[in-house]
Design a protein around this ligand. Structure first.
Ligand code: DX5
Ligand code: ZN
Length: 220
C-alpha cells in the first residue's frame, strides 16, 4: 500500500473563484486536485473541460491533477486533457469501446491511466488490464453529483481490488470516490484504499485544513 493521498474534488469548489479555491484547498493540505468531467450523456450533469484544466495550470496550480472522465466516448477527448496539463486520467469501461486501447492512448499522451468502477460494475473488467493500470478507482456513489451518501458495498470491492493489486506486487493506487468524510475514511483506509477523493466534506466545511487534518488522523 502506498502513502495516503487526499484528493479534494473541486466539483464542490466555488466555480466563480475556481483558481483561488483550488489553491486554498491545496494550501490546506490536499495532495492532488480531483477534476470531475461530466458530459450530460454518460452522466446527467455537465461540468468542465480541458480549457478549465489549462486555466488552473496557467493560474499556477502545480499539484497533480487527477482527471475523472465521466464522458462517452472517451478516446476523442482524453488526449486534450493530457495536453491541458492532466497528470492522471481515469475513465469508465462502459464509456470506452476498447478499454485496452484507451489505456494506451492515455499513456501515449504522457499521463498515468486509471479505470473506474461504478457501484454495479463488475471487477472482471480488471482481469486483462490490471498490469497496465496506474490506478483503480472504486465509486462509492453513482457518478454525476457531489454530496451523495457513501454506498457501503464499496468496502468489499476495495478489499477485493487490494488483494488483486497486492498479488501482482506492482504499484497501483487504489482510489475511492463518493461520500467520503472524516467519519468514514478510517474504515475505507482499512479496506485497502490509499487515495481518497472528497468533495462536499471538505468544501462544505468552513475550515478546509481542519477537515483534511481530521481525515489524515483517521487514516492513521
Ligand atoms: C461524483 C464525482 C465525485 C464527487 C464526490 O460523480 O465523481 O468526485 O465530487 O463528491 P462527494 O465527496 O461530495 O461525494
Ligand atoms: Zn470523481
Amino acid at each position: 500500500k502506498q502513502s495516503p493521498v487526499i484528493a479534494p474534488s473541486i466539483l464542490s469548489a466555488n466555480f466563480a473563484r475556481l483558481g483561488e479555491d483550488t489553491a486554498n484547498v491545496l494550501a490546506a493540505g490536499g495532495d492532488w486536485v480531483h477534476f470531475d468531467v461530466m458530459d450530460n450523456h454518460y452522466v446527467p450533469n455537465l461540468t468542465m473541460g480541458p480549457m478549465v484544466l489549462k486555466a488552473l495550470r496557467d493560474y499556477g496550480i502545480t499539484a497533480p491533477i487527477d482527471v475523472h472522465l465521466m464522458v462517452k466516448p472517451v478516446d476523442r477527448i482524453a488526449p486534450d486533457f493530457a495536453k491541458a496539463g492532466a497528470s492522471l486520467i481515469s475513465f469508465h469501461p462502459e464509456a470506452s469501446e476498447h478499454v485496452d486501447r484507451t489505456i494506451g492512448l492515455i499513456h501515449d499522451a504522457g499521463c498515468q491511466a486509471g479505470l473506474v468502477f461504478n457501484p454495479a460494475t463488475p471487477l472482471n473488467w480488471l482481469d486483462h488490464v490490471l498490469d497496465k493500470l496506474d490506478l483503480v478507482l472504486i465509486m462509492s456513489v453513482n457518478p454525476g453529483f457531489g454530496g451523495q451518501k457513501f454506498i457501503p458495498e464499496a468496502l468489499a470491492k476495495l478489499r477485493e481490488v487490494r488483494r488483486r493489486i497486492d498479488e501482482r506486487g506492482r504499484a497501483v493506487r487504489l482510489e475511492i470516490d463518493g461520500g467520503v468524510s472524516a467519519e468514514n475514511i478510517g474504515e475505507i483506509a482499512a479496506a485497502g484504499a490509499d487515495t481518497f477523493v472528497a468533495g462536499s466534506a471538505i468544501f462544505g466545511a468552513p475550515d478546509y485544513a481542519k477537515v483534511v487534518a481530521a481525515m489524515r488522523r483517521a487514516i492513521g
